[in-house]
Design a protein around this ligand. Structure first.
Ligand code: SF4
Length: 235
């Protein structure tokens, strides 16, 4: 949805330059997925608060183009919060997707300094609405921004309370000196403990390690989770 994001998350090096929407992008993405012979496609985007639907139609068109072009490919969407517009969330969650992802990124106490323009409760609502629309939902956090372990565990509980099935947690690494400094490096043992905690809480899958991001082994995780779900819930 163009190189310019309307948000300014302090951990992210995506640009905030000119905003445009290429109507040919869905077909271009589909052709790229076909050329690469992808079996699992993770789509993500900038946040586009300047668009009336936040880009929901564009994302949906891209999902549909990929599915029409690469018949066997499953598509996971890592969606923005669509400014908390339920209609937009429903539009994407009702598309032929494998997983609806939306990242809470950090603990609520740090939102003001880490995700200005975002709201923790709004992100939980987005995930709740997607789950209510029947989507398998996923979220991710970065640690190392100044959060405490009990705050991360509280976020995990909140995610489970809105029906999130898959979680990914990784270490924040500073992209450039313009982004936030790393407050702390979490050790491997701490990630193992978070993963064990997440699984105890009932997440169907949890990937927690320093280099994990929300697309980490996304296809394998989806297939594992989908295979374990009751037939009535499986995509
Ligand atoms: S909304 Fe996403 S792309 Fe935009 S600044 Fe935040 S993390 Fe980066």
């Amino acid at each position: 949805m163009g190189p310019g994001c309307s948000r300014d998350c302090r951990f992210c090096s995506v640009s905030h330059g000119p905003k445009f929407l290429d109507p040919g992008e869905p077909e271009k993405v589909a052709r790229a997925a076909a050329a690469l012979e992808l079996e699992y496609v993770v789509l993500t985007s900038t946040t586009r608060d300047d668009l009336a639907d936040g880009g929901a139609d564009h994302v949906t068109a891209t999902v549909e183009a990929v599915r029409a072009t690469v018949a066997d490919a499953d598509v996971e969407v890592l969606a923005p919060d669509f400014a908390g517009t339920r209609r937009s969330v429903n539009r994407v969650a009702s598309a032929p997707i494998a997983v609806f992802g939306h990242n809470v990124e950090t603990v609520p106490r740090l939102y003001g300094g880490v995700r200005p323009g975002a709201e923790y409760k709004r992100s939980l609502n987005v995930l709740a609405w997607a789950a209510e629309a029947g989507a398998l939902t996923k979220s991710a956090l970065l640690v190392g921004l100044g959060e405490e372990k009990d705050e991360v565990c509280a976020v995990l509980r909140d995610l489970r309370s809105v029906g999130v099935s898959i979680v990914a947690i990784g270490q924040y690494f500073r992209p450039t000196t313009r982004q936030l400094a790393v407050a702390r490096f979490w050790g491997p043992r701490a990630f193992e403990e978070l993963e064990a905690t997440a699984r105890t809480m009932g997440f169907l899958d949890a990937a927690c390690a320093p280099y994990v991001r929300s697309s980490y082994q996304a296809g394998s995780i989806y297939r594992r989770v989908n295979g374990a779900r009751p037939k009535s819930a499986a995509a």
